[in-house]
Design a protein around this ligand. Structure first.
Ligand SMILES: [Fe+2]
Length: 266
């Protein structure tokens, strides 16, 4: 692979508590987060950076962010974070500021520019790109100055995943988002969370991927809320300097995590 190939790992929707006895629908989120970190340790060691695409905390506490950042920081890799609807932005920012390798802003990765796009609206489960003008300005600046490939990270996917209940709480101004993005062919990849399942589609010539949660999974193509097998995961993403992308999902399938599949929501 070329020297300036970039290796990334994405973790998303961890919903941690900083309380080992707490659970989400019976699922031990703190334990599965630690298990995933252990499972992908060789991949983290080999990667350039980690992407975290929101829903870090399930209980919105300072302690949950400390637990999350403390454990991910021990790998000494930069971590680029986008907030989700299950995040308390002020606490997230406050705790993140105590860790020099945790970033809430974008960066350059080889020939790629990473731009985080906030879609979380305080108090709402659905999302919306909050500042399309800022996104357009950042894309315009890249276009006129460098024309690097662009990777956007955002919690709520700007595409449908085929589950009615999830498509009702995705990014509501996706059409306006695409109208902006389509003017910039440098945008090659959008990396999302929120839907607790793997997705890999192309929309308006842009690859859009979502990733299993590190805790509960939602059943793909289900019109109503339903849990899938308790197999948490993470995603490897390889960005080549010519704009090509390679990606794969890794899952933990042998832990036998408990979960209460009779629940009708979360
Ligand atoms: Fe989530």
């Amino acid at each position: 692979m070329p020297n300036d190939t970039v290796q990334l790992l994405q973790l998303t929707d961890c919903h941690v508590f900083s309380n080992p006895s707490a659970n989400l629908l019976g699922f031990p989120c703190d334990q599965s987060y630690l298990d995933i970190l252990e499972f992908i340790t060789p991949d983290i060691t080999a990667c350039h950076a980690l992407l975290v695409t929101g829903d870090i905390s399930q209980n919105y506490t300072t302690e949950s962010y400390e637990f999350f950042f403390e454990n991910i920081s021990r790998f000494n890799k930069p971590v680029y974070v986008t907030a989700g609807n299950h995040d308390e932005r002020n606490k997230l920012k406050h705790v993140a500021a105590q860790y020099p390798l945790i970033h809430l802003s974008g960066t350059m990765l080889g020939k790629w520019r990473l731009l985080p796009v906030n879609t979380a609206i305080p108090g709402k489960v659905h999302g919306e790109v909050g500042d399309l003008n800022a996104l357009e300005s950042a894309l315009e600046k890249n276009h006129t100055e460098t024309q690097n490939h662009i990777l956007l990270t955002m919690h709520h996917p700007p595409v449908k995943c085929g589950s009615q209940w999830l498509d009702g709480i995705n990014c509501r101004n996706a059409d306006a988002f695409w109208e902006v993005v389509q003017s910039f062919p440098e945008v090659k990849l959008v990396v999302c969370g929120h839907i607790h399942q793997a997705l890999d589609v192309v929309q308006h010539k842009v690859r859009v991927i979502a990733t299993p949660s590190t805790c509960i999974q939602f059943l793909p193509q289900s019109d109503d809320f339903a849990l899938d097998a308790p197999h948490p995961g993470a995603r490897k993403i390889t960005l080549l300097p010519d704009g090509h992308i390679a990606t794969s999902v890794k899952r933990l399938t042998d832990k036998g995590y408990p979960q209460d599949a009779s629940q009708k929501g979360y």
